[in-house]
Design a protein. Structure first.
Length: 141
């Protein structure tokens, strides 16, 4: 959570300093915090459950597919049909849509973005909790 908060505040500070987006500081900070927390927690879950392979799966899922389908450089409508739905469910795409909505479209997509990003974080945190409980129950002593 601290990682997400620091990331959100840092990005919002840079965006504000350069006047890059016509959106409120706290809105940008909150959305970036949610994206960073969702990706960070999900990556941690993948690494804890799959070991070293988890970092590769996270890189492909969040960096490669997430960035390519985010709609940040190319609208999701221009993606091949099989990739377009990823824009609406992967954290980066959801975050891009929410920030764009906050800045340019009177908040369109912000509520759904917060809901999806919160769900990613909650599922990852729940998975980590279950893995930790399972590890404790199987540890001798």
């Amino acid at each position: 959570m601290a990682f997400g908060a620091m990331g959100g505040l840092t990005v919002a500070s840079l965006v504000s300093a350069f006047g890059a987006l016509p959106a409120p500081f706290l809105g940008i900070a909150g959305l970036v915090m949610l994206v960073a927390t969702a990706v960070g927690a999900s990556t941690m879950l993948l690494v804890r459950s799959l070991g070293v392979l988890g970092s590769s799966v996270a890189a492909v899922l969040f960096m490669t597919l997430g960035n390519a389908t985010s709609g940040g450089s190319l609208p999701a409508e221009f993606l091949p049909g099989r990739l377009e739905p990823l824009s609406a469910v992967l954290p980066v795409g959801v975050g891009v849509r929410a920030v764009n909505g906050l800045a340019y479209f009177h908040g369109d997509g912000v509520i759904s973005g917060v809901a999806v990003l919160t769900a990613w974080t909650a599922v990852a945190a729940g998975g980590l909790l279950l893995l930790e409980r399972a590890r404790r129950n199987h540890t001798p002593g």
